[in-house]
Design a protein around this ligand. Sequence first.
Ligand code: SAM
Length: 283
Amino acid sequence: MSSRFPPPLPPLNSAAILKSHGLRADKSLGQNFLQDPIALQRIVDVAQVLPTDTVLEIGPGLGALTRHLAAAAGRVVAVELDGRLIPALEESVAGFSNIHIIEGDILNIEIAHILHTEAYLVVANIPYYITSALLRHLLESTPRPRRMVLTVQKEVADRICAGPGDMSLLALSVQVYGQPQSIAKISAGAFHPAPNVDSAVVRIDLFREPLIPYDLLDAFFALAKSGFRQKRKKLRNSLSTGAGKTNKKEIERVLTEVGISPDRRAETLSLQEWQMLTARMNT
Ligand code: SAM
């Protein structure tokens, strides 16, 4: 009897694959291989991958997530830095004809050079040591993805999704470009070797355009950076030493004009308040 659903993929045994290729996981490259089939399928489900989608995967490793993505997507482009893993990766994905493997450092690759479509998703269990740089690289790339579903350190997922009261430069830099949600926790035991931090899947649905107009983005980030550089200080102090404005009275006046108390601290401001402040300071 035929079924609408393809048979589940048999799980990969990362330890056995590494051993048979004479390899060891390289911690300095963030190599914790996700091998729990339920967690892998959950990531693909959260990403809502369609057969027409192109998916960019960063760090396919031994191919566990790559296979699940290839079973759901039209095409998977997978960028792996560690050339030692490529033969094992090619073996794991040998049954799929819709996977294109690129050896390289994602941070040195222009997305437009490897993807020939405007509409793509990023789905990846990323190396945690490049989380901030990678988010920035992807969010500022052209073309930008439609959606990103990333496994990151749980604490980082919480920071990305934070609201006023707990805002950070990281939260602002993601929330300018899209709506993040922390979807599910993944326990350390789902990985080989087990990391010593908890992990979480974060989904970011990107806006068509950033919430701050392009011509104000640099000014917005410069202002926010100066606020967060001295985040324990009140805005009247942090902004007057940071944003190129040395005149505290002027800063207090502008803050008051847009309805923000100069006694507040950077982490309490919403994105909309940073937006108003940027616009007011650049008119
Ligand atoms: N996707 C696999 C999985 O789920 O089991 C492996 C995930 S592991 C956390 C991260 C992977 O990213 C490793 O294979 C590592 O070699 C690779 N990696 C590390 N830095 C990278 C970079 N700058 N560019 C591309 N891949 C990188």
